[in-house]
Ligand binder design. Structure first.
Ligand SMILES: Cc1cc2nc3c(=O)[nH]c(=O)nc-3n(C[C@H](O)[C@H](O)[C@H](O)COP(=O)(O)OP(=O)(O)OC[C@H]3O[C@@H](n4cnc5c(N)ncnc54)[C@H](O)[C@@H]3O)c2cc1C
Length: 293
């Protein structure tokens, strides 16, 4: 492993300034579960590793009780999200996704920000952030800007972040009443496995608890970046939800997925699992909504 200098700023501004001084050879690091593996294997050879871990404001998990907006600092670990009762009860799709990431050790240090910015198609944390209409707050040498999480990803390992830009937090807007959400990671093993597909569904129903007013169907590992299945979403909105409609939505999502063969699985298998799990997650959403009303 090539030696590097470890820098440990305490503010976002300081981190950006460190990056500016060494931009050619510097790399940001949060939990390091991706970065350190790459450095150890020699796939990445930074001269400077800029740890973001001491930047306190980026570790905050907070729900504004007045606006009902949820704010998730980029440094919030998967374990913190997993242990939060508020997350488990109010944002089950986040709980479902993070509680199955890697192992306990990986979840204890791996962060939601690192999961998004690493930008692999199988990032479990990306699906719920997209389904919940999350907005990413970025801060770089030119100041702050925001982006919908769904627009962060350009290609595997490539995001819209410019050099020196930091993801500070993700905000999740208030969720409408009668909303249910769920995620499943389908793979060959339950633990320590990247998913063959990751499927997130969020449904909001009208006061009649039948008519769908909002649908989010988000697919992981079904293309080069996490993607929304817009045809399937649009098919559900305005209709009274039942199992037949969810079966049809599963077929539409499978058709619009951009699955391919890989060492972990065949395209046809992925497409089939999209079809099956969109329906299952839709039914789980309906059960959650009905149990809460
Ligand atoms: C054994 C093992 C199992 C795993 N299992 C899973 C799994 O099941 N599901 C899954 O999704 N992932 C899995 N991962 C991948 C990884 O743990 C997660 O992606 C994790 O969330 C990455 O977070 P981190 O804080 O460790 O990121 P880091 O390794 O610190 O950083 C990852 C990338 O993001 C950049 N970065 C980090 N934070 C910021 C920020 N705030 N602003 C700008 N850039 C930033 C870094 O420069 C780097 O390019 C696994 C990893 C290992 C080693």
């Amino acid at each position: 492993m090539k030696p590097f200098t470890y820098l440990s700023p305490t503010t976002v501004e300081e981190a950006i300034s460190f990056y500016g001084q060494h931009s050619e050879t510097a790399k940001f690091m949060a939990g390091g579960t991706d970065v350190i593996v790459k450095v150890k294997e020699g796939w990445m050879e930074p001269d400077f590793l800029i740890s973001l871990k001491r930047i306190k404001e980026m570790s905050e998990l907070h729900k504004n009780e007045a606006t009902k907006e949820l704010s998730i600092g980029a440094l919030v670990t998967h374990a913190t999200l997993e242990k939060s009762l508020m997350i488990k009860n109010e944002y089950p799709i986040i709980y479902d996704a993070v509680s199955n990431i890697g192992s306990l050790q990986v979840r204890n240090v791996g962060t939601i920000g690192g999961n998004l910015i690493n930008a692999v198609p199988s990032a479990d944390g990306a699906v719920p952030m997209i389904a919940l209409d999350g907005v990413a707050l970025l801060h770089g040498p030119d100041g702050e800007r925001s982006s919908d999480v769904k627009d962060l990803f350009l290609a595997p390992y490539k995001t819209i972040l410019k050099p020196g830009e930091i993801l500070k937090k993700i905000t999740i807007p208030a969720q409408a009443p009668h909303t249910g959400s769920a995620y499943t990671k389908f793979g060959r093993r339950a633990a320590m496995e990247l998913p063959l597909v990751g499927i997130g569904v969020l449904l909001t129903l009208d006061d009649d608890l039948e008519t769908c007013t909002r649908a989010r169907i988000v697919l992981g590992v079904a293309g080069p970046t996490p993607m929304r299945a817009f045809d399937a979403e649009n098919y559900l909105v305005g209709k009274k939800i039942n199992e037949d409609l969810l079966i049809e939505a599963g077929k539409l999502a499978a058709d619009e997925s951009k699955v391919r063969d890989s060492v972990r699985g065949k395209a046809w298998h992925r497409r089939e699992m999209v079809r099956v799990h969109v329906k299952r997650m839709g039914l789980k959403c309906m059960n959650i909504i009905r149990a809460n009303n």
